[in-house]
Design a protein around this ligand. Structure first.
Ligand code: ATP
Length: 390
């Protein structure tokens, strides 16, 4: 099995014949790119830099313009505005097959009448590689995606996961500098999707290639990507590493789109040293750590992820010298959702609102689990809160 695909060799026929930039060097620059269909602006002024060796995810709800952006990178659509530079060169005039970029389609787009081997060889034949080189490359690809023994089968004689691998092998065969993957795992069941996520990451690292993946599955983006660009209505709403996106969302929309979150609307704010005290309608006054960015006047929201909320029967035990709880809220358990690894409790607060708390089920027999209508104290620290401008 061919586990190694040397980077130098990988550059050899990547389309434009350019050498791969070293990892971390700028590879792709998207400058103010826009695309309209009729009067509808599907992509609305996107600017983004991608580094060589990066695994980047474009995440967003259906119809936000992810695929359209990807299709412009691949050369299947022409931007109305802006420039796309690869390795510093404008690729506007390059046809799709002339770009050192390949795209793996959502439906895999395999040729039904061709075998696995011929599907993988298709682009290599079109690039007029020598027969012997094609045979060597196909064998490498088959080994790389673990399809040994299935070379003669047609796509309809393969499982969904195997078809996905053929599509991946075909997309990698010409050794592109940049691989675009449009919802590559959408057709797979949950278990297979999870194991394939790991394989894709491993492959990307091993090949030292740059991947841009389009997905509307946030867990998938979080698991796989070095950075995530969240798209909303044709624009990039935030670009950040997964942890930053989750822990420091830039807007209320992102906070709600990425993961579960408790949001409490507030208006007034008072400064208390390095803290802000925000008066909320449904959770009373909440003390929050001062955000890095200036909070302006007007409506605010305090956001707390459910796993940051602690529950107990009597409230937090204060540890000497440690501030264990600044925000303490009393309430009763109004809903329980057992999810295996965690249980989500909805707490109806005495102040009127509802607070979600996600508690890890760390013991198999949990005698301390809460029951419906039980009185509980919920608490979280100022650092657990994010202030969002509404
Ligand atoms: P999904 O996750 O559902 O695939 P997406 O974020 O990839 O969505 P796009 O496929 O980029 O979204 O589409 C963005 C918008 O542009 C949608 O409203 C879509 O209907 C519209 N659109 C895309 N292609 C065309 C086209 N060829 N003609 C007209 N409208 C189009």
């Amino acid at each position: 099995m061919t586990d190694e695909l040397p980077r130098k060799d990988a550059a050899a026929d990547s389309g434009a014949g350019d050498a791969f930039p070293a990892p971390g060097q700028p590879l792709l620059r998207i400058e103010g790119v826009a695309k309209s269909f009729g009067t509808f602006r599907a992509v609305d002024g996107v600017s983004l830099d991608i580094k060589a060796g990066e695994f980047f995810a474009l995440l967003g709800p259906s119809g936000c313009g992810k695929t359209t952006l990807l299709r412009m990178l691949a050369g299947f659509e022409a931007p109305d505005e802006g420039r796309i530079l690869l390795g510093g060169k404008d690729i506007a005039q390059a046809l799709p097959h002339e770009r050192p970029i390949n795209m793996m389609f959502q439906n895999y787009a395999l040729f039904p009448h061709l075998s696995v081997r011929d599907n993988i060889a298709f682009g290599l034949k079109r690039a007029r590689l020598a027969r012997a080189d094609i045979a060597t490359r196909v064998a490498e690809m088959v080994a790389l995606v673990k399809l040994d023994g299935l070379e003669k089968r047609k796509p309809d004689q393969l499982s969904g996961g195997q078809r996905q691998r053929v599509a991946l092998a075909r997309a990698l065969a010409r050794r592109p500098q940049l691989l675009l993957l449009d919802e590559p795992l959408a057709a797979l069941d949950k278990k297979l999707r999870e194991s394939t996520q790991g394989e894709l990451m491993e492959l990307q690292r091993r090949l030292g290639m740059t991947f841009i993946i389009v997905t509307h599955d946030q867990e998938e983006a979080m698991t796989m990507a070095d950075r995530i660009g969240v798209m909303k209505s044709g624009k990039l709403a935030q670009v950040a590493p997964p942890r930053e996106l989750y822990e420091a969302p830039r807007s209320r929309w992102i906070a709600e789109f990425v993961g579960d979150i408790n949001l409490f609307d507030g208006e007034s704010k008072l400064r208390d040293g390095h803290r802000l005290v925000i008066g909320t309608r449904d959770a009373g006054a909440l003390v929050v750590a001062e955000p890095r960015e200036q909070v302006g006047a007007g409506r605010l929201a305090v956001a707390i992820r459910p796993e940051k909320v602690k529950l107990s029967r009597r409230g937090p035990v204060s540890e000497a010298g440690r501030e264990t709880a600044i925000n303490r809220l009393d309430g009763v358990i109004a809903d329980i959702c057992y999810l295996g690894g965690t249980t989500t409790y909805k707490v109806k607060l005495d102040t009127g609102g509802v607070l979600q708390a996600s508690v890890a089920n760390s013991a198999r027999i949990d005698v301390d689990a809460y029951s419906l209508n039980q009185h509980v104290v919920a608490w979280f620290t100022p650092d657990d809160c994010v202030v969002l401008q509404s």
